[in-house]
Design a protein around this ligand. Structure first.
Ligand code: KIV
Ligand code: NA
Length: 265
């Protein structure tokens, strides 16, 4: 099985083959996701919420993202592994951004990085690309900017924000990004971006007329209970399956049913 490369993803767009992408933050999950045939595995900074229980993605550190990145890379044979640059590691000057990018690549052995933003971070994007590090852009709802928005609602519904998003998408493509994630924007706008760009556009809550889809794996497996946005399709109810299994274990331990004679030495 050949590794998925940036070049192959662009070929997939040209052929009209949709790109599948899911998050993973640890070895065990990444092994399952890669084995199931995923094209791209995102070590998202959503690990801040999903793995650490933080309310936002802001607290996760560069060291923590590198730890998650390493764990995923060790498990993966085929998928391209993209690591999110965390809040604070690239929004300042481009020199610091490049230093953070190099640390992630050197220490995690990831294939590419993802950064949130357009024009505001374009110098940093160019500097990282100059070092030969592939970058996936991220526009629309950018959770690292939640304190600016004040809400996780749909972005770019008004014309000004939609125009800015379109121009940012072109800036990122012209800078040399190999793909772009669009989060929680109107489907019609996402369709327009995917049509105008030659690089693949991967959506989450951005409709079906883009080049690929991404979800948080714990959400699509139904492990998280409270989170039910319209864009989320649940492919399993692991919350119920895991709770039943764990309750059965508790019962078996209490009843001295586990372990039995065959389960001991
Ligand atoms: O961190 C993350 O999970 C992401 C995806 C939702 C695109 O950035
Ligand atoms: Na992210």
């Amino acid at each position: 099985t050949r590794k998925v490369t940036t070049h192959r993803l662009i070929e997939m767009k040209e052929r009209g083959e949709k790109i599948s992408m899911l998050t993973a933050y640890d070895y065990t999950m990444a092994k399952i996701v890669d084995g199931a045939g995923m094209d791209v595995i995102l070590v998202g900074d959503s690990a801040s919420n999903v793995m650490a229980g933080n309310v936002t993605t802001l607290p996760i550190t560069l060291d923590q993202m590198i730890y998650h990145g390493k764990s995923v890379v060790r498990a993966v044979n085929r998928a391209m592994v993209v690591v999110d640059m965390p809040f604070g590691s690239y929004q300042g000057n481009s020199k610091e951004g490049l230093a953070s990018a190099i640390r992630i690549m050197k220490e995690s052995h990831a294939d590419a990085l993802k950064l949130e933003g357009g024009e505001e971070i374009i110098e940093t994007v160019k500097r990282i690309l100059c070092a030969g590090i592939p970058i996936m852009g991220h526009l629309g709802l950018m959770p690292q900017s939640i304190n600016k928005y004040g809400t996780y609602t749909v972005r770019a519904k008004d014309e000004a924000e939609a125009e800015k998003l379109l121009s940012d998408a072109h800036l990122l493509e012209e800078a040399g990004c190999f793909a772009l994630v669009l989060e929680k924007i109107p489907a019609s706008l996402a369709e327009r971006v995917a049509k105008e760009l030659t690089i693949p556009v991967i959506g989450i809550g951005a409709g079906g007329k883009v080049d690929g889809q991404v979800l948080v794996v714990q959400d699509m497996l139904g492990m998280s209970k409270g989170f039910s946005p319209r864009f989320l399709r649940r492919y399993a109810d692991l919350h119920t399956i895991m709770t039943d299994a764990i309750q059965q274990y508790v019962t078996d331990v209490k009843d001295s049913d586990f372990p039995n004679e065959k389960e001991q030495y």
